[in-house]
Design a protein around this ligand. Structure first.
Ligand SMILES: [Zn+2]
Length: 351
């Protein structure tokens, strides 16, 4: 069995609260997934990830990138190490992407054919070929609870014709991904250890900014019957109002950790400030040099409970690695706490 998903409550605005039961545990949705590109959420160790946030519940699910792990250290090595869970010592749920987005955004000299994509590694220029079948093979070796079909990521903006043609290719690749997955899903490195549980495969809805194509893509993929559905080609530069039309149960972003490494911290606005939303603080500013307050008095994360803005600024200015770690922990806590509050609000609605 792959996954089961139960909706516990829905709001009139379209939000919903759910419970996603995966091979490595249950994830309460809506959920934010920290990104662990190379089998590490940069600068934050696994022990900490398990306790981050005000409630101490930590990250329930993290994401890893197929493209990066395939290039380094290689999926065969990870298979021999028992899969990415055992390799990085993470026993909670994980998701891997298909590698498609990185192939189309990071890799050089791409050549797309009906069969797949030929590309050169951004690390050493070596030549590689990804097909839907190969992406599945790599993701099965990694062994994440949720894996993604291999899709083509169309450039934005793209014409209706170009988007429609690319979507057709994505659907053909989705069918091939599913076929390979069904034939090989018993080859996951941890197979047999988790009460007969298997990985789950998600389809990816494409269609760019065209509502008719999006609808058609969603219908095609639902006919193919996947464990879940991702929205591809979203948040890639389109107007924010367009992004906001979509409702999701799971989301990921590198922003909290990447911003943290650049000294940007998020905190709740204080009364009368920024309409009650979030405020972005640049910790290197001189005004924080002797500021004895925590980053966010309302946060309560392990960083805000212990350290001052003055200390975080000093670490950043002195380029001490601990600075990136503490900043990342706070920003992740900020995101995870927002989602916890959203789940709390949604719990008030009945199905
Ligand atoms: Zn904090």
């Amino acid at each position: 069995m792959g996954l089961t998903f139960e909706v516990g409550a829905s709001s009139p605005g379209g939000g919903r609260r759910g419970s996603l039961d995966l091979a490595h545990g249950v994830v309460e949705t809506p959920v934010f997934m920290p990104v662990g590109t190379a089998a590490t959420v940069k600068t934050v160790q696994q022990d900490t990830l398990e306790q981050i946030g005000r409630s101490g519940a930590g990250a329930e699910i993290i994401l890893a990138n197929t493209y990066h792990l395939y290039l380094r250290p290689g999926h065969e090595l990870i298979r021999r190490m028992g899969g990415v869970h055992r390799f990085m010592s993470w026993s909670r749920p994980m998701l891997t992407d298909s590698g498609g987005f990185q192939v189309f955004s990071l890799a050089k000299l791409r050549k797309v054919t009906g069969d797949g994509v030929e590309f050169r590694s951004h690390l050493d220029g070596s030549k590689h070929f990804f097909s839907p079948e190969h992406s599945m093979e790599v993701q099965i070796a990694l062994g994440a609870d949720i894996m993604m079909v291999f899709d083509e990521c169309v450039e934005t903006p793209a014409s209706w014709e170009r988007t429609s043609q690319s979507m057709g290719l994505t659907h053909a690749w989705a069918a091939r991904s599913k076929q390979y997955f069904e034939a090989h899903k018993n080859e996951t490195p941890w197979m047999g250890e988790l009460d007969g549980r298997t990985q789950s495969l998600f389809g990816i809805v494409q269609g760019g900014m065209y509502a008719d194509l999006r609808r058609e893509s969603a219908e095609r993929l639902v006919e193919m019957d996947f464990g879940g559905y991702a929205i591809g080609g979203l948040a890639v530069g389109e107007p924010r109002e367009v992004t906001r039309e979509m409702g999701v149960d799971m989301m990921d972003c590198v922003l909290p950790t990447r911003a943290a490494r650049h000294g940007l911290l998020f905190r709740a606005a204080e009364p009368g400030e920024a309409d009650g939303g979030a405020v972005r603080m640049n910790i290197k500013r001189l005004e924080y040099a002797e500021d004895q307050r925590p980053v966010d008095a309302a946060c309560g994360c392990m960083v805000c409970r212990r350290y001052t803005r003055a200390y975080l600024r000093h670490l950043f200015m002195a380029r001490e690695p601990l600075g990136a770690t503490l900043n990342s922990i706070h920003n992740l806590a900020f995101y995870l706490d927002i989602m916890e509050r959203v789940r709390g609000e949604l719990a008030g609605f009945r199905c």
